[in-house]
Ligand binder design. Structure first.
Ligand code: SF4
Length: 378
């Protein structure tokens, strides 16, 4: 039984959130590096469907409370929990069990899907927020927001949404460079991105932006790094999540890559972009998160500017290695033999990667394997 329809994407920080799909697909769906929605048609889901889905979750909650005789789900013993879960799974299937888990959380968060929650009319969104808040005690409600949709809202509308409980926007800034945004067909320029991001901050909502190392390829590598660093400084978001470009054959950019029109940056160059971006992060106060496995240096995680020296130190430790050690680290990280640079000190792991490199035989051969392994991290 389908309790609630869910889309394919959510931010990493929303792993424990209830995913509530208000829209299907992306209203833009033209970014060259994106393959999230394929050719799925963009649709706004009728409010009646959302009402029904909330009723489905309430039915699970009611059943669970009947079995526990009103005892809070978060306080159940393991035995009590098994009994409730067994019943819910038999009645509602696996999705019922995941809703039950969400209902048991003390801090309940909701993420509104799909790719652009702010494309919805403000009245529609306010109605959904009201329904969520009047049925559940939630801590945080968040959604993705495209710059174009943010700019279509007035500051008053954004404030209204914030006051109704929408308290964080995840925004794909991708790059601070106009050339890179145009190349990747993002549909906005940097000025619009910055303006939209500032509107979110001014409304009171938290802002998490996403940027992509390597998005400008070799040609715009420096510009991507420098302009993105500057844009982050102008916006001053609460969180910056860093990704590194990987190219799949179902992405629009694949044809340019295959045809030689787009040259991907190397693993080393992506790390140099990160450093250059850091060196242009004037006036930024917030969190930097590089933990996504698409990145090479996933240990880069901290607050800016307090952790500036430590984070730059990790980058320099990597860049100062010999060519052979950097290649060893790249393959070891992508093979998940290493999680951080320190792991190269385990001789058995180092030797394992080294013998793999010898078996592959050439640096080009290793690079090809690295690209394949990185694609598995999306
Ligand atoms: S706006 Fe986001 S979801 Fe839509 S195509 Fe671009 S990257 Fe993909």
């Amino acid at each position: 039984m389908t309790i609630i329809e869910q889309g394919p994407l959510r931010p990493p920080s929303e792993a424990n959130s209830l995913l509530m799909r208000l829209f299907r697909s992306c209203p833009w769906n033209k970014c060259t590096f994106c393959h999230a929605y394929g050719d799925e048609k963009f649709e706004i889901r009728p409010i009646e469907d959302i009402i029904q889905e909330i009723a489905n979750i309430k039915a699970i909650e009611k059943d669970a409370l009947e079995i526990t005789k009103g005892e809070e789900l978060s306080k159940l013993s393991p035995l009590g929990w098994n009994k409730v879960q067994g019943y819910i799974v038999s009645k509602y299937g696996y999705q019922g069990a995941s809703m039950l888990a969400w209902l048991s959380f003390k801090d309940k968060n909701v993420f509104l899907q799909d790719a652009d929650g702010l494309i919805g009319k403000t009245d529609y969104l306010l109605e959904v927020l009201d329904m969520i808040n009047s049925n559940f005690k939630v801590n945080r409600i968040t959604t993705y927001g495209r710059a174009r949709s943010i700019l279509h809202k007035s500051p008053e509308e954004l404030k209204q949404l914030y006051e109704a409980g929408l308290n964080r926007i995840h925004m794909g800034l991708e790059s601070g460079s106009d050339a890179v945004l145009a190349l990747s067909n993002k549909g906005v320029n940097s000025e619009e991105n910055i303006k939209a991001a500032k509107m979110i901050k001014d409304s009171g909502m938290e802002l998490c932006i996403y940027i992509i190392l390597g998005l400008g390829g070799v040609r715009y590598s420096d510009e991507n790094a420098i302009e993105t660093g500057k844009a982050i400084g102008f916006i001053n978001p609460d969180h910056v999540r860093v990704h590194t470009l990987a190219i799949h054959d179902d992405m629009p950019i694949y044809h340019d890559f295959k045809g030689g029109k787009f040259e991907m940056v190397s693993e080393d160059q992506a790390v140099r972009e990160l450093k250059m971006m850091f060196l242009n992060l004037d006036d930024y106060n917030g969190e930097i998160i590089c933990t996504h496995p698409l990145n090479l240096l996933t240990e880069i995680n901290g607050n800016w500017p307090e952790d500036k020296e430590r984070l730059l130190g990790i980058i320099d430790e990597y860049l100062n290695m010999s060519d052979a050690d950097r290649l060893n680290f790249q393959l070891g990280r992508r093979m998940m033999v290493y999680q951080r640079i320190f792991d190269m000190n385990y001789n058995d792991r180092y030797q394992k990667v080294d013998s793999m490199i010898k078996r592959i035989g050439t640096v080009d051969g290793v690079v090809e394997i690295l690209r394949e392994l990185q694609k598995g991290c999306n």
